[in-house]
Every structure is written in structure tokens, then in C-alpha cells.
Design a protein around this ligand. Structure first.
Ligand SMILES: Nc1nc2c(ncn2[C@@H]2O[C@H](COP(=O)(O)OP(=O)(O)O)[C@@H](O)[C@H]2O)c(=O)[nH]1
Ligand SMILES: [Mg+2]
Length: 456
């Protein structure tokens, strides 16, 4: 994720200007430099950075600081607002309310078109109750049709293909087939190239002229650099894009290319791909994303994701316990069980405030093995010990080590881990509380009552 370190950078600088009465050229200088560095490191385009900084500066300078509004809150709020004004105030959706959705996925080879259009098919089918037809119009590579068919099969969505024809012929006959057979969503997977070439542009241009697409999405790889800016511009000139499908956001990439594209073209991100599996699709929420960019994590998505997999009440409990910093080994065990149900720990941790700092490079396999060990240790504790970790003195620890088949050292580590987690969550909440109060005019706080509760 881009800008992961931005908030910690700012926090470091901001302590220096505490006690000054207004934000001015001089005391803003250090902060602006840190923002610039964070953006540069995220591989954001230089002209985007300059514009961004100018606007942040314009909005900041002259603002008077008082006891109620700390400089840190102020700048976080301004940067947050600026990011949102680039990414969009609200989620950007597809044209769902139309008798026949016709959506094309375009983009370079390997950017994730086929994977993403299948994710979208699954999403439309399950979340929008659409009757979806996938269309294999990537006739560049034979394997592309097979790949789409395999994906379609796995989600029970029919895939239309036609041998010995051009892409436009495939799409036209797929549309006829869809009309006759009562489909209301036609999703077209198109061919890509390693880079922009005329043949591809001609192909897309023909499609654009003959088919009334309700949406055209460009799949952009979060790992691509700034060259994606020109790619996006060329595609947009050839076949007007209605949105971006940003793929591979589960990678460690900074994603500055995608941010630059949005900033320079105004084309919004509609969906985000966060893994290779068909369910790994998320809507793009600018306000949450901005919070994530600022390193504040995203409790909202965490809770929502949890709600999809586990009992709602439990989800809220886990989140609240995590945030209150008051959990014991019973809670830790419950958490481990729930995390295992929710899938990738890495993805989950990304959404937790401050988690990227605590655990920068989670390896899912290692993490799962560790979870298993921890679970064995907790299960070897008595009820009383789980609820009251202070009871865990030497003889008990030895008994637990034996019972769980883990070395004493690991038992000690587990106990320490509980203490550390409590401490870290308290720290995170302190920081979040500060930032949240400055953002209370934003829409994100409304959806997050817990933040408010923990403010003071
Ligand atoms: N980790 C991850 N991999 C992805 C994502 N989207 C696509 N991929 C992978 O990227 C590779 C290329 O995807 P594909 O859909 O074939 O790209 P296309 O050539 O544009 O159709 C495949 O290995 C996909 O599994 C994503 O969101 N996360
Ligand atoms: Mg493909």
C-alpha cells in the first residue's frame, strides 16, 4: 500500500511544531518534505506530487493552531481530504440499473483482466443478482479462452466463445445469445498486449464503434510503475474508460502508479483485486482508503470482512476487545479461531490500524504455523489461567509446555505476546483517537462508533 509510513513520518515532524500558533511556510516545510518523500517512495508521478503539495500547502498555511486542534490533526485532516478529493468522495459504481449491462475489461497482458472479469461476474451474480454471461473475446491466445472457461465453471457462470471469428463477431453474437436466453449482464474479456500496439487499439476501436458498452474498465496492476499513466491515457483515447479495476493490491507494491493515473485522468477506481481467488474483490471506498494510506488502518473493513464469515456479535466483540486492549487468553483463542475462518492473515492484518508497523512482512504459512502453536499452548491452560494470565508462574508454565508439546521458551513468548498486543493496541488507539477527532467532520467516523468511544 502506498504511503504506509506517511502518518509516522508526519507524527515525527509534527512534534517539532507543537506549541506554535499558526501553520506557516516555515513550519510546514518539514512536513511537506516528508509528504513529498513518502509520495516519491510510493512511485507517484512528480507532477502529481507537486500539485498535491501545493494544494495541501494552500489549505494549511495561515490556519491557526490552538489547544483543540493540534497541528498533527490539522495536517492529517488536510492530507486526508486532499487524497479523497483525488480519489472521489464516494464509491464509484457500475451502471447496474440498465436492462443489459455490457461491460468490457481492457488492459495490458498480465494486468489481471481475465481474473478480474471473473471476479466481477461472481460479484454481479451473488451481490447484484444478475444473470451473467462471460464472453471470451481474447482471441490472441488460445489459453485465454480455456482460462476464462475454467473460471466461469468454478462460479457456475456460462462462458460464451466462438471459434474462427474476430473479437467483434464474438461480442455481437454473444449479445444476441444473451438477449435470447434472458441474460442481463454481459462481461467481455478482451485481449491484451505486452505494450500498447496499433493492432490492439484498432481492435478496441472497432468494439467501441459497434457496441454500446455500459462500462469499460481498465485493469491496472498496482505493481506497475508510472508507465501505466501513458498506457491509461492511450486506452482512454481509444475506448473511453468508465473506471479502473486496480489489481494486485495484496502485493507490497506502493501503488503510486494507480494513484497517479486517477490524479491525472480523473478516472476513478471502481474495484480492487486483493488476491488470486475469485472472492478477492473489494469495492473501492475512498474514505477508507485514505485512512489506510495514512497508516490508520481500516477497522470498518475489518469488521465487515469478519461479519461475512462469522457471527456478527462475535465480530463486534473481537473488534472491541482488540481496541480496548483488555483481552485475555480466552479472547486470544477466539481470535485465532476466527482469523483462521477469515482466510489470509496477511490481508486481515493489513486492515488493522498500526498492524503494518507491528508486523511488516507477514508470511501466511509461517503465521499459520505460529497460530497453531499458540492455540496448542492456550488450550493447555486451565480456564482460570486463560482468564487471569497473572497466575502463570513457573510450575504452571512448565506444565503448559509439556501439555502443548512446546518449549518453555515459546510458552513464555506467548505470554509476552499477550502483554505486547494489549500494549500495542492501546498505543494504536491513542493515535487513532487523536486523528479521529480531527476527522470527525468526515463521513468515516459516522460508520465507526468505536473510534468515537475510544476518543477520550
Ligand atoms: N495476487 C494477485 N494476483 C492477481 C490479481 N489479479 C490477477 N492476478 C494474477 O495475475 C496474473 C495475470 O492475470 P490474468 O487475469 O491472466 O491477466 P490478463 O493477461 O490481463 O488476463 C495471474 O497469475 C493472476 O492470478 C490480484 O488481485 N492479486
Ligand atoms: Mg487474459
Amino acid at each position: 500500500m502506498p504511503f504506509e509510513q506517511l502518518s509516522s513520518r508526519l507524527t515525527a515532524i509534527i512534534t517539532k511544531i507543537k506549541g506554535q500558533s499558526t501553520l506557516d511556510e516555515k513550519n510546514m516545510e518539514g512536513m511537506l518534505r516528508e509528504i513529498r518523500l513518502a509520495l516519491l517512495e510510493a512511485d507517484v508521478n512528480l507532477s502529481v506530487i507537486n500539485g498535491f503539495l501545493n494544494r495541501v500547502k494552500e489549505k494549511s498555511i495561515g490556519i491557526s493552531l490552538n489547544a483543540k486542534v493540534t497541528p498533527s490533526n490539522m495536517v492529517v485532516k488536510i492530507v486526508h481530504d486532499e487524497i479523497i478529493s483525488i480519489l472521489g468522495q464516494e464509491i464509484s459504481t457500475l451502471k447496474y440499473n440498465t436492462p443489459m449491462m455490457i461491460v468490457a475489461m481492457v488492459g495490458l497482458q498480465g494486468s489481471g483482466k481475465t481474473t478480474s472479469i471473473a471476479k466481477l461476474a461472481h460479484f454481479l451474480k451473488t451481490k447484484q443478482q444478475k444473470k451473467v454471461l462471460l464472453v471470451a473475446a481474447d482471441l490472441q491466445r488460445l489459453a485465454a479462452v480455456t482460462q476464462l472457461k475454467t473460471l466461469g465453471n468454478s462460479i457456475q457462470v456460462e462462458v460464451y466463445s466462438k471459434e474462427d471469428s474476430t473479437p467483434i463477431q464474438v461480442v455481437e453474437s454473444a449479445l444476441n445469445y444473451a438477449r435470447v436466453n434472458g441474460f442481463n449482464s454481459v462481461l467481455v474479456d478482451t485481449a491484451g498486449r505486452l505494450s500498447i500496439d496499433e493492432e490492439l487499439m484498432d481492435e478496441l476501436s472497432t468494439l467501441k464503434n459497434k457496441i454500446s458498452f455500459t462500462d469499460v474498465l481498465l485493469s491496472v496492476d498496482a505493481m506497475s510503475g508510472q508507465d501505466i499513466i501513458n498506457v491509461a491515457k492511450r486506452f482512454n483515447e481509444t475506448i473511453p474508460l468508465s473506471g479502473l479495476f486496480a489489481t494486485k493490491f495484496d502485493s507490497d507494491s506502493k501503488g503510486g502508479g494507480v494513484f497517479s493515473v486517477v490524479s491525472l485522468t480523473g478516472i476513478k477506481v471502481k474495484f480492487v483485486g486483493v488476491g488470486e481467488k475469485i472472492e478477492d474483490l473489494e469495492l473501492f471506498y475512498p474514505d477508507r482508503y485514505a485512512n489506510r494510506l495514512l497508516g490508520m488502518g481500516d477497522i470498518v473493513s475489518l469488521v465487515e470482512k469478519a461479519q461475512e464469515t462469522i457471527d456478527q456479535k462475535q465480530a463486534v466483540n473481537v473488534a472491541q476487545k482488540m481496541m480496548s486492549g483488555q483481552f485475555d487468553f480466552n479472547d486470544m483463542l477466539e481470535q485465532i479461531n476466527q482469523v483462521s475462518k477469515m482466510g489470509s492473515l496477511k490481508n486481515m492484518m493489513k486492515m488493522l490500524p498500526g498492524a503494518n508497523k507491528m508486523m511488516p512482512n507477514i508470511d501466511d504459512d509461517v503465521a499459520n504455523a505460529n497460530l497453531k502453536k499458540t492455540k496448542a499452548i492456550i488450550q493447555s491452560m486451565t480456564k482460570e489461567e486463560r482468564a487471569n494470565p497473572a497466575l502463570l508462574k513457573q510450575p504452571r508454565k512448565e506444565r503448559i509446555a509439556k501439555g502443548s508439546g512446546q518449549p518453555l521458551l515459546v510458552v513464555n513468548q506467548t505470554i509476552m505476546q499477550l502483554e505486547q498486543t494489549k500494549e500495542q493496541m492501546k498505543q494504536v488507539m491513542k493515535f487513532q483517537g487523536g486523528a479521529a477527532s480531527s476527522l470527525s467532520a468526515g463521513s468515516n467516523t459516522k460508520r465507526n462508533p468505536n473510534k468515537r468511544k475510544n476518543k477520550r
